[in-house]
Design a protein around this ligand. Structure first.
Ligand SMILES: Nc1ncnc2c1ncn2[C@@H]1O[C@H](COP(=O)(O)OP(=O)(O)OP(=O)(O)O)[C@@H](O)[C@H]1O
Ligand SMILES: [Mg+2]
Length: 401
């Protein structure tokens, strides 16, 4: 009996243990994330990301470069929203790839039935990592010395103001002249931005309509970037409008290309077209203020007079000019369309986005020298003047808003 009772007792204990174990396991099962559900969410998310970031021209994601920023695929490099957040990775990919195909930009634009309006040696390049890029040679001048086109991109990425194609200054080896022999040239390698519209062929009204699709903030930032950083040579020939496909929508971005105006020393009154130093080395300590009101038209007689005085013949394009501090300052007002206001329209915004205001306020001499890869001690006098000019224009703009 005793044994039977003990057995019964034992049985009860085992029963309790079994029930408890069962209960605990079922609690665990309930709390454990359902594998299938998780898997499905992951694949939906994945699909979403791919659909969101897929550009018009599909390049297979490949060649991931591991830098401190979270990696994105090469195809995602074309999304302007990634240019500021992933600048290290994108620049690294541009720096380390080789050219596998090259053609002149003129030829590339022609085969696309587009207009060409530029003077430099510009090439369209296919890179070993699948990217399409633009290479612009910089054989001489300040552009090369101070890496202005790369600095323009760095400025846009660091401040988050405006969109400049990711750019690096580097050497590239390619058969530039299709002679069967490769050459190595130094220049700027920028990400190629696919566009749907040849801006040069548009009327001002149609251009404005397209630009406005980018939204108030992007349009304002584009203009603010041009003015503050001194990108004075604005017009449809020096910009692009990217129509980036995001899911079922098109996301429009005004893109600043050919930012070499930043390398020019300028004098400007807020709201007007800047005067660009075209010839001469001015005194770092001029005795007079810049005489904005003394601007004259560069007609033939004026050009001859200037050539005698400065031993330099002014540029052919009709413009206003001022001779000051031993230098020739030109104000180019001939716009792509009709009026000088077409130029000021791309330099002056009527709205200052709050984030841009903060970025501009935070801009410092040190940060600017760093972006130009120099310090105040190592910078040339020319670069120091450029940096001072940027901060002066920043202050002018902040004073207006
Ligand atoms: N990142 C880019 N993506 C797509 N196309 C580009 C890009 N950069 C330049 N281009 C094309 O190449 C042309 C020439 O470029 P860019 O204006 O930089 O040359 P440039 O010789 O410096 O011009 P300029 O004669 O005004 O000094 C542009 O008008 C544009 O059609
Ligand atoms: Mg140009």
């Amino acid at each position: 009996m005793k044994y039977k009772y003990k057995k019964k007792q034992n049985f009860k204990i085992w029963l309790i243990i079994a029930v408890l174990t069962l209960l605990l396991t079922s609690i665990k099962i309930i709390n454990k994330p359902n594998n299938t559900v998780k898997q499905q969410t992951k694949s939906i998310n994945k699909q979403k990301t791919v659909a969101l970031n897929k550009p018009e021209h599909t390049i297979k994601p490949q060649n991931k470069v591991t830098i401190q920023q979270k990696d994105i695929s090469v195809a995602q490099f074309y999304d302007p929203l990634n240019w500021s957040t992933h600048s290290t990775q994108i620049k690294e990919a541009l720096k380390t790839s080789e050219a596998i195909e090259i053609k002149s930009m003129r030829e590339a634009l022609k085969s696309d039935n587009r207009n060409a309006d530029f003077s430099g040696a510009v090439y369209k390049v296919k890179l070993s990592n699948g990217l399409e890029a633009v290479f612009k040679t910089t054989d001489s001048g300040n552009m090369a010395k101070d890496r202005m086109e790369e600095a323009a991109y760095d400025l846009s990425a660091a401040t988050g103001i405006a969109f400049v194609p990711p750019t690096v200054h580097r050497e590239l080896t390619a058969d530039f002249n299709k002679t069967g022999h490769t050459q190595t040239k130094t220049g700027f390698l920028s990400l190629f931005v696919e566009t749907q519209t040849d801006l040069i062929s548009l009327s001002k009204t149609r251009f404005d309509e397209l630009l406005e699709r980018s939204g108030k903030e992007r349009v304002a930032n584009f203009k603010i970037f041009n003015f503050v950083f001194g990108n004075w040579d604005v017009g449809p020939h020096n910009m692009l409008i990217s129509e980036y496909k995001r899911g079922n929508n098109i996301d429009y971005f005004p893109i600043s290309i050919d930012n070499e105006g930043i390398a020019n020393i300028q004098k400007v009154r807020y709201g007007a077209i800047p005067f660009v130093k075209f010839f001469g080395t001015n005194s770092s300590n001029p005795k007079t203020e810049f005489p904005f009101d003394e601007a004259k038209l560069s007609d033939t007689a004026a050009k001859q007079e200037v050539s005698k005085e400065l031993n330099f013949y002014p540029p052919g394009r009709t413009h206003n000019y001022i001779v000051w501090s031993g230098c020739y300052w030109a104000q180019f007002f001939d716009s792509y369309w009709d009026s000088p206001s077409d130029i000021t329209d791309l330099l002056y915004a009527d709205y200052l986005p709050p984030k841009t205001k903060i970025a501009l306020k935070n801009l410092s001499k040190e940060q600017l020298f760093k972006i130009f890869d120099k310090t105040e001690q190592t910078a040339s006098e020319h670069l120091k003047e450029i940096v001072i000019g940027i901060l002066e224009r920043r202050d002018m703009l902040l004073a207006k808003f």
